[in-house]
Design a protein around this ligand. Structure first.
Ligand SMILES: [Fe+2]
Length: 502
């Protein structure tokens, strides 16, 4: 970027402010959000910049990675009040094509990112590919999965939660056993304040593999619990903090999340409220309903763990999405003309019993703890006459593929949909192909067609005829450089839901 085409000053000379990389997100047919955040000193609250005012940041989006053909450019004032984050909502681009983008402030030029707009609503598409990822606890291991995700040939990343974790991180970065400069003591406590969450995002964002995955593809993001606190539910914290105290913490966490993600102004939080559920289309091939099953849910029944279901969990008034989001979802499914309808969401949708007994414990934090809400979604999809419902999920830190049964208590029930649950990027450290409970879980849940306990992600391929999932796994994450492999692949045909090993 030459000094002539974008004169941008305001940041003092010194260290580069582009320590957290660049990102793009929420592609629409002619639009995408470009993101960066200025932080020359990323692990201090304020990022080492003045705590008031704004810093002008030049941006460019071009047809080519050398910026010979710049399509649009401008200057965005990055406010201190937003943690000096930049969210440029670029409009008027062509549909369904790649672009390259970068930022500049003072003498500093950011790394170049590559993004891609979505196809036009009526477009007929032969194939589209997405990466599904979640759960990246920094202290549990390296982000090698993100490095491999960066190299995949995909349209976009679907990230379904636990982008950061609230727990303390020690000077060596836990299982990473870092040998360079120790991490600051400020990271070694549970996040509660805006400064805590901002610095936490900065640490996770400092990772070069994570930066590579953002720079290579646009992301559609949603959160789960750890972006705020483990297993929170609406206004209810895990440890039953007073509601006003927890709402203040949620407001801090949501604000830091918005600042650090490639999200539009429409997603900017107001206090403890943030509209994260939203809908995207890929031509006639796919509708993506990105859900938020955390902010509006009823409190977990019988506590948060694995419990026997009963009247409390089966109470039909319990909700996973809140009434407004549920209505929005079911209306959207009814109106959908897409071949495939993807529910891009956080937690396991299909039943996971932990014994073969008819009355088994299930996880009260997943849809198993909200069976009436799950039944309403499946009934709504059935009434909408959908041929290709695909549920995407994460949270479990293992890979799963499920046939989603209309009635999980009837083994002869027809299959209503398929579900692909992506294992973690790093959470849980190295893992194992067959975790200790592999045999019992596989026996207890015949509709669970796949279970693998390694770290990894899923590559989803949609064509008009079938959906395919490739379960990528890594042999280790507690040291860098693991290769990636494919542990299994499954397909399901349009109109005939049910997984077949490919
Ligand atoms: Fe997680």
């Amino acid at each position: 970027m030459s000094a002539q085409n974008t004169a941008v000053t305001g940041i003092p000379d010194g260290d580069t402010p582009f320590t957290l990389g660049v990102a793009s997100g929420d592609p629409e047919p002619g639009s995408v959000v470009l993101w960066t955040r200025l932080a020359p000193d990323p692990y201090t609250p304020g990022g080492g910049l003045p705590t008031c005012g704004a810093i002008p940041v030049g941006w460019q989006i071009a047809d080519d990675e050398h910026f010979a053909s710049v399509r649009q450019q401008g200057v965005f004032d990055a406010p201190a009040a937003d943690g000096h984050s930049v969210h440029v909502d670029v409009r008027g681009l062509d549909a369904d094509r790649p672009y390259f983008y970068r930022f500049r402030t003072g003498p500093w030029i950011s790394p170049t990112g590559r993004t891609r707009t979505a196809p036009l609503p009526g477009a007929t598409l032969t194939a589209r590919r997405f990466g599904l990822a979640d759960c990246a606890q920094y202290r549990d291991g390296y982000y090698t999965a993100y490095a491999h995700l960066a190299a995949e040939d995909i349209d976009a990343v679907l990230f379904v939660g636990d982008y950061v974790y609230e727990y303390p991180i020690d000077a060596q970065g836990g299982a990473r056993r870092l040998t360079g400069a120790p991490l600051p003591d400020f990271l070694n406590h549970t996040t509660r304040t805006l400064d805590d969450y901002r610095v936490r995002h900065a640490l996770f964002k400092s990772d070069p593999d994570l930066q590579a995955a953002h720079a290579a593809h646009p992301w559609y993001v949603t959160w789960d619990d750890h972006e705020v606190e483990n297993n929170y539910a609406g206004d209810v914290s895990q440890h039953a903090d007073p509601v006003p105290v927890f709402r203040a913490r949620r407001a801090a966490a949501y604000r830091a999340y918005w600042e650090n993600m490639p999200l539009r102004e429409a997603q900017r939080p107001t206090g403890p409220d943030m509209r994260l559920y939203r809908r995207f289309c890929y031509g006639r091939l796919a509708q993506l309903d990105v859900l938020d099953t955390r902010q509006y849910r009823s409190d977990q029944a019988y506590g948060d763990g694995w419990q026997y279901p009963g009247p409390q969990s089966e109470d039909p008034s319990r909700t996973m999405t809140g009434a407004a989001q549920e209505r929005w979802l079911l209306d959207g499914l009814r109106a959908s003309t897409a071949t495939w309808n993807l529910l891009v969401q956080q937690v396991a949708f299909s039943r996971r019993a932990n014994s073969t007994a008819a009355h088994s414990r299930v996880s009260m934090d997943t849809w198993d703890g909200y069976p009436a809400a799950r039944a309403r979604v499946l009934a709504g999809a059935e009434q909408a006459g959908l041929d290709g419902l695909v549920v995407l999920s994460g949270d479990a830190h293992v890979h799963h593929a499920f046939d989603v049964l209309r009635d999980f208590h009837d083994p002869g029930s027809p299959t209503a949909a398929v579900e692909f649950l992506a294992s973690s990027v790093s959470s849980g450290s190295d893992g194992a192909d067959r975790p200790r409970d592999w045999a019992v879980m596989t026996d207890a849940n015949p509709h669970m067609r796949f279970y693998n306990g390694r770290r990894g992600y899923v590559i989803l391929t949609l064509t008009p005829e079938r959906v395919r999932a490739d379960f990528r796994t890594l042999p280790y994450v507690t040291r860098p450089g693991a290769p990636v492999g494919t542990a299994a692949s499954f397909v399901s045909e349009i109109g005939r839901p049910g997984l077949v090993r490919a």
